[in-house]
Design a binder for this molecule. Structure first.
Ligand SMILES: Cc1cc2nc3c(=O)[nH]c(=O)nc-3n(C[C@H](O)[C@H](O)[C@H](O)COP(=O)(O)O)c2cc1C
Length: 161
């Protein structure tokens, strides 16, 4: 797939096969993710690989679609509100790099925002000074999802003088 096809076919996946993910591949996609733009090279992301005990405590309603891997992706706060916001933006870029690198190899992700909940933060052991950008199931899709239609981009364009 070329890059446009990878971007345009990616879906948030909710049902996964039990097939394991090669740890070397996972490492490769995380390294690619870390090439994300980040202001002042703060590299604000941290990745928790969620083990079975923690995963069971999270008690996600579909168990992340039975994904073989679950990752929590955190973003460190900055010294100011603006830096914290910029760090979260950088970590979102990290997430999308990861999503696309995995998707290019037939692997999907299930983005859950459950990590924002204080109880889940505690279960994950997230220290103060970090946002949880998402908790992600990662695995080979066991469903086919057509791309969701977007608003025509023309409707989002504004020509300035
Ligand atoms: C910040 C953020 C939080 C999200 N949280 C959830 C979530 O809690 N549960 C969920 O099913 N999808 C979640 N999603 C995925 C979106 O629902 C999904 O991206 C959107 O419906 C578009 O579908 P697509 O990604 O397959 O194109 C989240 C996405 C983002 C960017």
């Amino acid at each position: 797939m070329d890059i446009l096809e990878i971007i345009k076919t990616r879906r948030n996946i909710k049902i996964f096969k039990l097939d394991p993910i090669n740890p070397d591949k996972l490492h490769l996609w995380l390294e690619a993710a870390a090439m994300a733009p980040n202001h002042r090279m703060t590299e604000p992301w941290e990745v928790y690989i969620v083990g079975p005990e923690t995963r069971a405590k999270l008690n996600h309603k579909t168990n992340f679609g039975d994904a073989p891997v679950v990752l929590a992706i955190l973003s460190k706060h900055g010294a100011t509100a603006i830096e914290t916001e910029e760090n979260a933006l950088a970590t979102a870029c990290f997430v999308q790099n990861f999503n696309l690198a995995a998707w290019a190899e037939g692997v999907g992700t299930f983005w859950s925002s459950m990590g924002g909940n204080p109880k889940n933060r505690e279960i994950l052991g997230v220290p103060d000074g970090y946002d949880v950008i998402g908790v992600f199931g990662v695995g080979y899709p066991d469903e086919t999802r057509e791309p969701k239609q977007r608003t025509p981009i023309q409707n989002k364009l504004k020509q300035l003088l």
